[in-house]
Ligand binder design. Structure first.
Ligand SMILES: *Cc1c(COP(=O)(O)O)cnc(C)c1O
Length: 475
Protein backbone atom coordinates (compact mmCIF):
# COMPACT_ATOMS: atom_id res chain seq x y z
CA UNK A 1 0.00 0.00 0.00
CA UNK A 2 1.43 3.37 -0.93
CA UNK A 3 -1.49 5.65 -0.16
CA UNK A 4 -4.23 5.88 2.45
CA UNK A 5 -6.66 4.22 0.04
CA UNK A 6 -7.42 0.54 0.56
CA UNK A 7 -9.29 -1.97 -1.54
CA UNK A 8 -11.99 -4.36 -0.29
CA UNK A 9 -9.54 -7.27 -0.66
CA UNK A 10 -6.83 -5.50 1.27
CA UNK A 11 -9.24 -4.63 4.06
CA UNK A 12 -10.51 -8.19 4.33
CA UNK A 13 -6.97 -9.51 4.41
CA UNK A 14 -5.76 -7.04 7.01
CA UNK A 15 -8.75 -7.62 9.23
CA UNK A 16 -8.28 -11.40 9.10
CA UNK A 17 -4.58 -10.94 9.82
CA UNK A 18 -5.02 -8.67 12.83
CA UNK A 19 -7.96 -10.71 14.11
CA UNK A 20 -5.81 -13.79 14.38
CA UNK A 21 -3.04 -11.87 16.15
CA UNK A 22 -5.53 -10.31 18.59
CA UNK A 23 -7.19 -13.65 19.22
CA UNK A 24 -3.80 -15.14 20.14
CA UNK A 25 -3.37 -12.35 22.68
CA UNK A 26 -6.90 -12.60 24.09
CA UNK A 27 -7.08 -16.37 24.45
CA UNK A 28 -3.46 -16.56 25.55
CA UNK A 29 -3.68 -13.67 27.99
CA UNK A 30 -2.82 -15.90 30.90
CA UNK A 31 0.27 -17.44 29.33
CA UNK A 32 2.03 -14.06 29.34
CA UNK A 33 3.79 -12.58 32.33
CA UNK A 34 1.62 -9.91 33.94
CA UNK A 35 4.53 -7.51 34.34
CA UNK A 36 8.29 -7.26 34.14
CA UNK A 37 11.18 -4.94 34.86
CA UNK A 38 11.71 -2.79 31.81
CA UNK A 39 14.93 -2.20 29.92
CA UNK A 40 14.15 1.37 28.87
CA UNK A 41 16.92 1.87 26.25
CA UNK A 42 15.98 -1.41 24.60
CA UNK A 43 12.30 -0.44 24.39
CA UNK A 44 13.18 3.03 23.07
CA UNK A 45 15.29 1.44 20.36
CA UNK A 46 12.52 -1.01 19.53
CA UNK A 47 9.97 1.81 19.21
CA UNK A 48 12.25 3.58 16.69
CA UNK A 49 13.11 0.46 14.77
CA UNK A 50 11.00 1.28 11.73
CA UNK A 51 12.50 3.85 9.42
CA UNK A 52 9.64 6.21 8.56
CA UNK A 53 11.02 7.86 5.44
CA UNK A 54 9.31 5.34 3.21
CA UNK A 55 6.62 2.81 3.95
CA UNK A 56 6.57 -0.81 5.06
CA UNK A 57 4.34 -3.76 4.35
CA UNK A 58 1.19 -3.37 6.51
CA UNK A 59 1.52 -6.87 7.96
CA UNK A 60 5.07 -6.12 8.99
CA UNK A 61 3.90 -2.96 10.75
CA UNK A 62 1.00 -4.79 12.44
CA UNK A 63 3.36 -7.48 13.71
CA UNK A 64 5.73 -4.82 14.99
CA UNK A 65 2.88 -3.16 16.92
CA UNK A 66 1.45 -6.41 18.27
CA UNK A 67 4.89 -7.53 19.44
CA UNK A 68 5.58 -4.18 21.08
CA UNK A 69 2.28 -4.19 22.95
CA UNK A 70 2.62 -7.87 23.91
CA UNK A 71 6.18 -7.61 25.20
CA UNK A 72 6.35 -4.14 26.68
CA UNK A 73 3.25 -3.50 28.77
CA UNK A 74 1.77 -4.46 32.09
CA UNK A 75 -0.91 -6.88 30.97
CA UNK A 76 -3.97 -5.41 32.58
CA UNK A 77 -6.28 -7.94 30.83
CA UNK A 78 -4.41 -10.76 32.61
CA UNK A 79 -6.66 -12.44 35.22
CA UNK A 80 -3.79 -12.15 37.74
CA UNK A 81 -3.61 -8.38 37.37
CA UNK A 82 -4.88 -7.30 40.79
CA UNK A 83 -4.33 -3.70 39.95
CA UNK A 84 -5.46 -0.15 39.90
CA UNK A 85 -8.95 -0.49 38.41
CA UNK A 86 -7.54 -1.08 34.89
CA UNK A 87 -9.97 -3.63 33.52
CA UNK A 88 -9.86 -6.39 30.99
CA UNK A 89 -11.98 -4.86 28.24
CA UNK A 90 -14.76 -7.06 26.95
CA UNK A 91 -14.60 -8.12 23.32
CA UNK A 92 -17.86 -6.31 22.55
CA UNK A 93 -16.38 -3.10 23.97
CA UNK A 94 -13.25 -3.41 21.86
CA UNK A 95 -15.40 -4.05 18.83
CA UNK A 96 -17.39 -0.90 19.60
CA UNK A 97 -14.20 1.15 19.57
CA UNK A 98 -13.36 -0.18 16.12
CA UNK A 99 -16.86 0.57 14.83
CA UNK A 100 -16.61 4.10 16.20
CA UNK A 101 -13.25 4.63 14.53
CA UNK A 102 -14.68 3.57 11.17
CA UNK A 103 -17.84 5.71 11.28
CA UNK A 104 -16.02 8.45 13.18
CA UNK A 105 -19.12 10.42 14.19
CA UNK A 106 -18.32 13.98 15.26
CA UNK A 107 -20.04 14.41 18.62
CA UNK A 108 -19.40 18.15 19.03
CA UNK A 109 -22.61 19.21 17.30
CA UNK A 110 -25.77 17.22 17.88
CA UNK A 111 -26.89 17.63 14.27
CA UNK A 112 -23.65 16.03 12.99
CA UNK A 113 -24.20 12.80 14.91
CA UNK A 114 -27.76 12.67 16.26
CA UNK A 115 -27.91 8.90 16.76
CA UNK A 116 -24.58 8.73 18.57
CA UNK A 117 -25.55 11.73 20.72
CA UNK A 118 -28.90 10.22 21.60
CA UNK A 119 -27.24 6.93 22.61
CA UNK A 120 -25.04 8.88 25.02
CA UNK A 121 -28.01 10.87 26.30
CA UNK A 122 -29.79 7.57 26.91
CA UNK A 123 -26.82 6.32 28.96
CA UNK A 124 -26.69 9.54 30.97
CA UNK A 125 -30.40 9.19 31.71
CA UNK A 126 -30.11 5.50 32.67
CA UNK A 127 -27.23 6.18 35.04
CA UNK A 128 -28.96 9.21 36.54
CA UNK A 129 -31.88 6.92 37.39
CA UNK A 130 -29.57 4.24 38.82
CA UNK A 131 -28.06 6.83 41.15
CA UNK A 132 -31.50 7.97 42.29
CA UNK A 133 -31.57 11.42 40.67
CA UNK A 134 -35.11 12.68 39.89
CA UNK A 135 -35.87 11.77 36.29
CA UNK A 136 -36.72 15.30 35.12
CA UNK A 137 -33.47 16.76 36.44
CA UNK A 138 -30.90 14.35 35.02
CA UNK A 139 -28.17 15.84 32.89
CA UNK A 140 -24.59 14.91 32.14
CA UNK A 141 -21.87 14.41 29.61
CA UNK A 142 -19.39 11.76 28.55
CA UNK A 143 -15.76 12.57 29.24
CA UNK A 144 -12.34 11.10 28.68
CA UNK A 145 -11.90 9.92 32.27
CA UNK A 146 -12.37 10.62 35.95
CA UNK A 147 -9.88 13.48 35.85
CA UNK A 148 -11.93 15.33 33.24
CA UNK A 149 -15.19 14.56 35.04
CA UNK A 150 -13.79 15.91 38.32
CA UNK A 151 -12.52 19.02 36.52
CA UNK A 152 -16.01 19.46 35.08
CA UNK A 153 -17.39 19.28 38.62
CA UNK A 154 -15.10 22.04 39.90
CA UNK A 155 -16.00 24.25 36.94
CA UNK A 156 -19.74 23.62 37.41
CA UNK A 157 -19.50 24.35 41.14
CA UNK A 158 -17.86 27.72 40.45
CA UNK A 159 -20.36 28.63 37.73
CA UNK A 160 -23.27 27.61 39.91
CA UNK A 161 -22.15 29.71 42.86
CA UNK A 162 -20.61 32.69 41.06
CA UNK A 163 -23.11 34.39 38.72
CA UNK A 164 -20.56 35.78 36.27
CA UNK A 165 -17.76 33.28 36.67
CA UNK A 166 -17.57 32.40 32.97
CA UNK A 167 -16.90 36.01 31.99
CA UNK A 168 -14.92 37.36 34.93
CA UNK A 169 -13.07 34.27 36.18
CA UNK A 170 -11.60 34.15 39.65
CA UNK A 171 -10.84 37.88 39.62
CA UNK A 172 -14.57 38.46 40.03
CA UNK A 173 -14.68 36.59 43.35
CA UNK A 174 -14.24 38.62 46.51
CA UNK A 175 -12.99 35.93 48.85
CA UNK A 176 -10.53 33.15 48.05
CA UNK A 177 -12.60 30.01 47.25
CA UNK A 178 -11.63 26.78 49.00
CA UNK A 179 -12.77 23.20 48.51
CA UNK A 180 -12.73 20.14 50.74
CA UNK A 181 -11.65 16.55 50.08
CA UNK A 182 -10.42 13.74 52.28
CA UNK A 183 -6.72 13.01 52.55
CA UNK A 184 -7.48 9.73 50.73
CA UNK A 185 -9.18 11.40 47.76
CA UNK A 186 -7.87 11.25 44.19
CA UNK A 187 -5.32 13.88 43.19
CA UNK A 188 -7.16 14.74 40.00
CA UNK A 189 -9.15 17.11 42.26
CA UNK A 190 -5.91 18.85 43.23
CA UNK A 191 -5.01 19.02 39.54
CA UNK A 192 -8.43 20.50 38.77
CA UNK A 193 -7.78 23.20 41.40
CA UNK A 194 -4.50 24.06 39.74
CA UNK A 195 -5.94 24.02 36.18
CA UNK A 196 -8.89 26.23 37.07
CA UNK A 197 -6.60 28.83 38.64
CA UNK A 198 -7.93 28.21 42.15
CA UNK A 199 -4.47 26.98 43.02
CA UNK A 200 -3.57 23.79 44.81
CA UNK A 201 -3.51 25.63 48.14
CA UNK A 202 -7.29 26.06 47.77
CA UNK A 203 -7.69 22.32 48.43
CA UNK A 204 -8.32 21.47 52.06
CA UNK A 205 -7.24 17.91 52.60
CA UNK A 206 -9.22 16.64 55.60
CA UNK A 207 -7.92 13.84 57.81
CA UNK A 208 -9.55 10.41 57.64
CA UNK A 209 -10.60 8.14 60.50
CA UNK A 210 -9.36 4.60 61.08
CA UNK A 211 -11.67 3.34 58.33
CA UNK A 212 -10.18 5.78 55.76
CA UNK A 213 -13.41 7.82 55.53
CA UNK A 214 -13.30 11.60 55.78
CA UNK A 215 -13.46 12.75 59.42
CA UNK A 216 -16.72 14.72 59.58
CA UNK A 217 -15.81 16.53 62.78
CA UNK A 218 -12.46 17.64 61.33
CA UNK A 219 -14.26 18.80 58.17
CA UNK A 220 -16.71 20.94 60.15
CA UNK A 221 -13.89 22.46 62.16
CA UNK A 222 -11.87 23.32 59.05
CA UNK A 223 -14.89 24.96 57.40
CA UNK A 224 -15.45 27.13 60.49
CA UNK A 225 -11.79 28.05 60.63
CA UNK A 226 -11.75 28.99 56.96
CA UNK A 227 -14.86 31.12 57.23
CA UNK A 228 -13.38 32.99 60.18
CA UNK A 229 -10.16 33.56 58.26
CA UNK A 230 -12.07 35.08 55.34
CA UNK A 231 -12.04 32.18 52.88
CA UNK A 232 -15.07 31.12 50.87
CA UNK A 233 -15.93 27.38 51.16
CA UNK A 234 -17.73 26.45 47.92
CA UNK A 235 -17.29 22.74 47.24
CA UNK A 236 -17.12 19.40 49.05
CA UNK A 237 -15.90 16.37 47.11
CA UNK A 238 -16.79 13.06 48.72
CA UNK A 239 -15.12 9.91 47.47
CA UNK A 240 -17.12 6.74 46.87
CA UNK A 241 -14.36 4.17 46.59
CA UNK A 242 -10.95 5.66 47.33
CA UNK A 243 -8.18 4.61 44.98
CA UNK A 244 -5.99 3.42 47.83
CA UNK A 245 -8.30 1.25 49.90
CA UNK A 246 -11.84 1.50 48.54
CA UNK A 247 -13.23 3.61 51.35
CA UNK A 248 -16.62 5.27 50.84
CA UNK A 249 -17.12 8.59 52.63
CA UNK A 250 -20.28 9.20 54.65
CA UNK A 251 -22.14 10.78 51.73
CA UNK A 252 -25.31 11.57 53.69
CA UNK A 253 -23.38 13.63 56.25
CA UNK A 254 -21.35 15.39 53.55
CA UNK A 255 -24.53 16.30 51.73
CA UNK A 256 -26.02 17.79 54.92
CA UNK A 257 -22.93 19.91 55.54
CA UNK A 258 -22.86 21.12 51.93
CA UNK A 259 -26.52 22.06 52.15
CA UNK A 260 -26.10 23.95 55.40
CA UNK A 261 -23.07 25.85 54.09
CA UNK A 262 -24.55 26.36 50.60
CA UNK A 263 -21.71 24.48 48.95
CA UNK A 264 -21.75 22.27 45.85
CA UNK A 265 -21.52 18.57 46.72
CA UNK A 266 -19.70 16.39 44.21
CA UNK A 267 -19.14 12.64 44.61
CA UNK A 268 -16.07 11.16 42.98
CA UNK A 269 -17.33 7.64 42.33
CA UNK A 270 -14.94 7.01 39.44
CA UNK A 271 -14.42 3.40 40.43
CA UNK A 272 -16.93 2.59 43.17
CA UNK A 273 -19.96 4.16 41.48
CA UNK A 274 -20.41 1.06 39.35
CA UNK A 275 -21.87 -0.71 42.36
CA UNK A 276 -25.01 1.40 41.99
CA UNK A 277 -26.26 -1.11 39.42
CA UNK A 278 -26.24 -3.88 42.02
CA UNK A 279 -29.47 -4.35 43.94
CA UNK A 280 -27.56 -6.28 46.62
CA UNK A 281 -24.81 -3.75 47.20
CA UNK A 282 -25.96 -0.29 46.14
CA UNK A 283 -26.83 0.67 49.72
CA UNK A 284 -23.13 1.29 50.34
CA UNK A 285 -23.55 4.46 48.24
CA UNK A 286 -26.43 5.80 50.38
CA UNK A 287 -26.59 9.58 50.12
CA UNK A 288 -25.17 9.77 46.60
CA UNK A 289 -28.67 10.68 45.36
CA UNK A 290 -28.34 13.94 47.31
CA UNK A 291 -25.21 15.02 45.44
CA UNK A 292 -25.11 17.89 42.96
CA UNK A 293 -22.87 15.88 40.63
CA UNK A 294 -21.15 12.53 40.25
CA UNK A 295 -18.04 11.21 38.47
CA UNK A 296 -18.39 7.65 37.19
CA UNK A 297 -15.74 5.98 35.04
CA UNK A 298 -16.74 3.49 32.40
CA UNK A 299 -13.17 2.36 31.85
CA UNK A 300 -12.73 1.05 35.37
CA UNK A 301 -15.29 -1.37 36.70
CA UNK A 302 -17.37 -1.68 33.52
CA UNK A 303 -14.67 -3.46 31.51
CA UNK A 304 -14.45 -1.01 28.63
CA UNK A 305 -11.26 0.28 26.99
CA UNK A 306 -9.91 3.67 27.95
CA UNK A 307 -11.05 6.38 27.95
CA UNK A 308 -14.61 6.78 29.01
CA UNK A 309 -16.25 8.44 31.98
CA UNK A 310 -19.58 10.06 32.76
CA UNK A 311 -20.17 13.32 34.57
CA UNK A 312 -23.71 13.42 35.97
CA UNK A 313 -25.58 16.28 37.56
CA UNK A 314 -29.09 16.97 38.77
CA UNK A 315 -28.87 20.64 37.73
CA UNK A 316 -30.01 20.49 34.11
CA UNK A 317 -28.83 23.98 33.16
CA UNK A 318 -25.41 24.02 34.79
CA UNK A 319 -23.41 22.40 31.99
CA UNK A 320 -24.64 24.86 29.40
CA UNK A 321 -24.18 27.73 31.83
CA UNK A 322 -20.60 26.62 32.39
CA UNK A 323 -19.53 25.76 28.86
CA UNK A 324 -21.66 27.54 26.26
CA UNK A 325 -19.56 29.61 23.84
CA UNK A 326 -21.02 31.10 20.66
CA UNK A 327 -19.16 30.76 17.37
CA UNK A 328 -19.84 31.57 13.73
CA UNK A 329 -18.39 28.35 12.36
CA UNK A 330 -20.24 25.72 14.41
CA UNK A 331 -23.65 24.39 13.48
CA UNK A 332 -26.11 26.01 15.87
CA UNK A 333 -29.16 23.97 14.98
CA UNK A 334 -29.02 21.74 18.08
CA UNK A 335 -31.58 23.90 19.82
CA UNK A 336 -33.90 23.59 16.83
CA UNK A 337 -33.94 19.85 17.47
CA UNK A 338 -34.48 20.49 21.19
CA UNK A 339 -31.03 19.07 21.80
CA UNK A 340 -27.87 20.40 23.41
CA UNK A 341 -24.65 20.43 21.44
CA UNK A 342 -21.89 18.71 23.43
CA UNK A 343 -19.32 21.38 22.53
CA UNK A 344 -21.57 23.82 24.41
CA UNK A 345 -22.04 21.60 27.43
CA UNK A 346 -18.62 20.04 28.09
CA UNK A 347 -14.88 20.68 28.10
CA UNK A 348 -14.08 18.88 24.84
CA UNK A 349 -14.87 20.05 21.32
CA UNK A 350 -14.35 17.53 18.54
CA UNK A 351 -14.90 14.33 20.35
CA UNK A 352 -15.08 10.58 19.92
CA UNK A 353 -18.31 8.60 20.40
CA UNK A 354 -17.19 7.25 23.77
CA UNK A 355 -20.54 5.90 24.89
CA UNK A 356 -20.73 3.04 22.38
CA UNK A 357 -18.10 0.92 24.08
CA UNK A 358 -20.39 0.73 27.08
CA UNK A 359 -23.68 0.75 25.21
CA UNK A 360 -22.85 -2.21 22.97
CA UNK A 361 -22.05 -4.73 25.73
CA UNK A 362 -24.90 -3.31 27.84
CA UNK A 363 -27.42 -3.82 25.04
CA UNK A 364 -26.20 -7.41 24.61
CA UNK A 365 -26.02 -8.57 28.24
CA UNK A 366 -28.45 -6.06 29.75
CA UNK A 367 -28.23 -4.36 33.14
CA UNK A 368 -28.92 -7.80 34.54
CA UNK A 369 -25.79 -9.23 32.94
CA UNK A 370 -23.70 -6.32 34.17
CA UNK A 371 -25.17 -6.63 37.63
CA UNK A 372 -24.17 -10.29 37.77
CA UNK A 373 -20.67 -9.34 36.63
CA UNK A 374 -20.28 -6.72 39.35
CA UNK A 375 -21.77 -9.01 42.01
CA UNK A 376 -19.44 -11.77 40.83
CA UNK A 377 -16.40 -9.56 41.31
CA UNK A 378 -17.55 -8.49 44.77
CA UNK A 379 -17.86 -12.21 45.62
CA UNK A 380 -14.37 -12.96 44.28
CA UNK A 381 -13.07 -10.15 46.51
CA UNK A 382 -14.83 -11.73 49.52
CA UNK A 383 -13.29 -15.07 48.64
CA UNK A 384 -9.82 -13.53 48.53
CA UNK A 385 -10.37 -12.04 52.00
CA UNK A 386 -11.35 -15.47 53.32
CA UNK A 387 -8.40 -17.23 51.77
CA UNK A 388 -5.95 -14.65 53.07
CA UNK A 389 -7.34 -14.96 56.60
CA UNK A 390 -7.18 -18.75 56.39
CA UNK A 391 -3.51 -18.50 55.47
CA UNK A 392 -2.62 -16.25 58.42
CA UNK A 393 -2.68 -12.90 56.61
CA UNK A 394 -4.39 -9.87 58.18
CA UNK A 395 -6.85 -7.58 56.42
CA UNK A 396 -6.06 -3.90 57.04
CA UNK A 397 -9.01 -2.13 55.38
CA UNK A 398 -12.76 -2.56 55.61
CA UNK A 399 -14.07 -1.73 52.14
CA UNK A 400 -17.39 -3.05 50.81
CA UNK A 401 -15.75 -3.04 47.37
CA UNK A 402 -13.40 -5.75 46.15
CA UNK A 403 -10.20 -3.95 47.20
CA UNK A 404 -8.22 -5.79 49.82
CA UNK A 405 -5.28 -4.27 51.70
CA UNK A 406 -3.46 -6.88 53.75
CA UNK A 407 -0.26 -7.82 55.48
CA UNK A 408 1.22 -10.68 57.48
CA UNK A 409 2.32 -10.63 61.15
CA UNK A 410 5.79 -11.77 60.06
CA UNK A 411 6.12 -8.75 57.75
CA UNK A 412 5.17 -6.06 60.23
CA UNK A 413 8.50 -5.93 62.13
CA UNK A 414 10.57 -4.34 59.38
CA UNK A 415 9.19 -1.54 57.20
CA UNK A 416 10.53 -2.76 53.85
CA UNK A 417 9.45 -6.40 54.02
CA UNK A 418 6.05 -5.75 52.46
CA UNK A 419 7.49 -3.91 49.47
CA UNK A 420 10.07 -6.67 48.99
CA UNK A 421 7.30 -9.28 48.86
CA UNK A 422 5.48 -7.15 46.28
CA UNK A 423 8.61 -6.63 44.16
CA UNK A 424 9.38 -10.35 44.27
CA UNK A 425 5.93 -11.14 42.86
CA UNK A 426 5.69 -8.37 40.25
CA UNK A 427 9.26 -9.06 39.04
CA UNK A 428 8.36 -12.72 38.56
CA UNK A 429 5.39 -11.69 36.40
CA UNK A 430 3.08 -14.14 38.20
CA UNK A 431 0.71 -11.41 39.35
CA UNK A 432 0.48 -7.66 39.72
CA UNK A 433 -0.19 -6.23 43.15
CA UNK A 434 0.85 -2.95 44.74
CA UNK A 435 1.77 -1.29 48.03
CA UNK A 436 -0.54 1.02 49.92
CA UNK A 437 -0.13 2.40 53.44
CA UNK A 438 -3.20 1.96 55.65
CA UNK A 439 -3.16 3.77 59.01
CA UNK A 440 0.57 4.31 58.61
CA UNK A 441 1.47 0.68 57.95
CA UNK A 442 2.52 -0.61 54.52
CA UNK A 443 0.09 -3.18 53.13
CA UNK A 444 -0.28 -5.24 49.98
CA UNK A 445 -3.18 -4.06 47.84
CA UNK A 446 -5.13 -6.42 45.59
CA UNK A 447 -8.18 -5.30 43.65
CA UNK A 448 -10.60 -7.34 41.56
CA UNK A 449 -11.55 -5.40 38.41
CA UNK A 450 -11.17 -8.26 35.98
CA UNK A 451 -14.22 -10.33 35.14
CA UNK A 452 -11.92 -13.23 34.17
CA UNK A 453 -10.35 -13.54 37.63
CA UNK A 454 -11.51 -16.76 39.31
CA UNK A 455 -10.82 -18.93 42.31
CA UNK A 456 -7.85 -20.39 40.46
CA UNK A 457 -6.02 -17.06 40.21
CA UNK A 458 -6.74 -16.45 43.89
CA UNK A 459 -5.14 -19.81 44.80
CA UNK A 460 -2.16 -18.94 42.63
CA UNK A 461 -1.87 -15.54 44.28
CA UNK A 462 -1.89 -17.12 47.75
CA UNK A 463 0.87 -19.51 46.62
CA UNK A 464 2.93 -16.66 45.18
CA UNK A 465 2.48 -14.66 48.38
CA UNK A 466 3.57 -17.58 50.56
CA UNK A 467 6.61 -18.26 48.37
CA UNK A 468 7.62 -14.62 48.26
CA UNK A 469 7.11 -14.17 51.99
CA UNK A 470 9.33 -17.16 52.80
CA UNK A 471 11.95 -15.95 50.37
CA UNK A 472 12.00 -12.45 51.79
CA UNK A 473 12.21 -13.70 55.39
CA UNK A 474 15.14 -16.00 54.52
CA UNK A 475 17.13 -13.60 52.30
C1 LIG B 1 -9.17 6.63 38.77
C2 LIG B 1 -9.76 7.65 39.60
C3 LIG B 1 -9.82 8.98 39.17
C4 LIG B 1 -9.20 9.44 37.90
O1 LIG B 1 -9.87 8.89 36.83
P1 LIG B 1 -9.19 8.67 35.40
O2 LIG B 1 -10.23 7.93 34.68
O3 LIG B 1 -7.93 7.92 35.63
O4 LIG B 1 -8.92 10.03 34.83
C5 LIG B 1 -10.47 9.88 39.98
N1 LIG B 1 -11.01 9.51 41.16
C6 LIG B 1 -10.96 8.24 41.61
C7 LIG B 1 -11.59 7.89 42.91
C8 LIG B 1 -10.33 7.26 40.85
O5 LIG B 1 -10.28 6.00 41.29
Amino acid sequence: MTSLHSSPDQRAQLLAFISSRLEAFISGSKSKKVSARWDAPLIRDYARKLDLASGHHPEEVLDFIVEGLSEFAVHTPHPSYFGLFNPRSSYLSSLADYIVAVFNPQMAAWSHAPFANEIENYLVHEFGMKFGYPEENIDGTLSSGGAESNLTAVICALNDRVPDFKAKGLIGIEKQPVLYVSAESHHSVVKAASITGLGMDAVRSIAVGANQQIDIKALNEQIEKDKEAGFWPFLIVGTAGTTGSGAIDDLGSLSAIAKKEQMWFHVDAAYGGAITISEDHRKVLAGIELSDSITLDLHKWFSVPMGGSIFLTQHPSILVKSFRIKTQYMPTDGEGYRAVDPYESSIQWSRRFMGLKFFLPLAVIGWQGYEETINGQVAVGELLREKLLNHGWQISNSSSLPIICFTHPSLIEQPNLVSRVIDKITDSGEAWISMYPVNGLPTIRACITNYATTDQELEELIDSLEKARNWVLNN
